[in-house]
Design a protein around this ligand. Structure first.
Ligand code: CP
Ligand code: NVA
Length: 315
């Protein structure tokens, strides 16, 4: 774990560890329940981040991460501001190191969404306030806090859970594998050849005690699954990749695939979705889909991540 003068960096789930991730989920459940039906911009009763400001830096597009961190800060009693690479000096070549040092003087924490994971590591090295990963090409840990919260809210226990992933072995899957290592659930990964997740994450999950199955057989991966997950076949920054859609086609989550999962299996997707590609409309809009609960839970999960980063949650 990386410690700053005022808190802790959250570049990946492993920075927090199993106990802290479990504490994040529990705190999110409690805070969400305590403010049920309140206006979304009203601060929680304890307003634990009163007076704190989060600087959010976006080098890629975002809807959920951007809005949920902003609302999360408001609900915790603080505020947030946004810089994007187009309109800030980052877009004109100011270094990550200098940006980190400047933002550390002006804000109490930094959230960065970027491409190369090395950039967020660079930000963390030079920042003196907590740095939070809002997605890189390598991982998307905040998403997985919300996803696990959603799975638990819908009555599934994590130890022994069978989660099945279909399509591209991408950043979101990497963080799922890291979570599997920490919280002991099993992951079946069905991808076309050449689109498997990075070996580092597969080995991490296995070393943590999770069973990870890699297959090109989508049906086999779906059999008996508790949770079915997919994501866009073309992540941000991969728009130049050709021939990928044809390779991905057999991995669409549709009723025929869902029929192999448990009857009460949940369907998750971090969004944005490309309905008709990685998921059929009937599954996306169907009774097993919890994608909008998952999207809302980005707020509740983000609050826990922020509290942990400020040293106010977990050990
Ligand atoms: N799921 C997710 O991170 O969405 P955004 O790209 O809209 O932030
Ligand atoms: N894998 C997707 C996730 C978007 C939230 C991407 O990186 O574009």
């Amino acid at each position: 774990m990386s410690i700053t003068q005022t808190g802790r960096h959250f570049l990946d789930l492993g920075d927090a560890g199993a106990n802290a991730v479990a504490a994040m989920i529990n705190d999110a459940i409690d805070r969400k329940a305590a403010r049920a039906d309140w206006p979304k911009g009203r601060a929680d009763a304890d307003a634990p981040l009163a007076g704190r400001v989060l600087a959010m830096v976006f080098e890629k597009n975002s809807t959920r991460t951007r809005v949920s961190f902003d609302i999360a800060m408001r609900q915790l009693g603080g505020t947030a501001l946004i810089l994007d690479s187009e309109s800030s000096q980052l877009g004109r070549g100011e270094s990550i190191a200098d940006t980190a040092r400047v933002l550390s003087r002006m804000a109490d924490a930094i959230m960065l969404r970027t491409d190369d994971h090395a950039k967020i590591e660079e930000m963390a090295r030079h920042a003196t306030v907590p740095v939070i990963n809002g997605l890189t090409d390598r991982s998307h840990p905040c998403q997985i806090v919300a996803d696990l919260l959603t799975v638990i809210e819908h009555g599934k226990a994590l130890p022994g859970l069978e989660l099945a992933w279909f399509g591209d072995g991408n950043n979101v899957l990497h963080s799922i594998l890291e979570a599997a290592a920490l919280l002991k659930f099993n992951v079946r990964v069905a991808t076309p050849s050449g689109y498997e997740p990075d070996t580092e994450f597969v080995e991490m999950a296995r070393a943590g005690g999770a069973t990870v199955t890699l297959t090109q057989d989508a049906q086999a991966a779906a059999v008996g699954a508790d949770v079915v997950v997919t994501d866009t076949w073309v992540s941000m920054g991969q728009e130049h990749v050709h021939n990928k859609l044809a390779a991905m086609a057999p991995y669409q989550v549709n009723p025929a695939l869902m029929a192999h999962a448990k009857p009460d299996a949940l369907f998750l997707h971090c969004l944005p979705a490309h309905v008709g590609e990685e998921v059929s409309e009937d599954v996306f809009e169907g009774m097993q889909s919890v994608v909008f609960d998952e999207a809302e839970n980005r707020i509740h999960g983000q609050k826990s991540v922020l509290l942990w980063s400020f040293g106010l949650l977990g050990e």
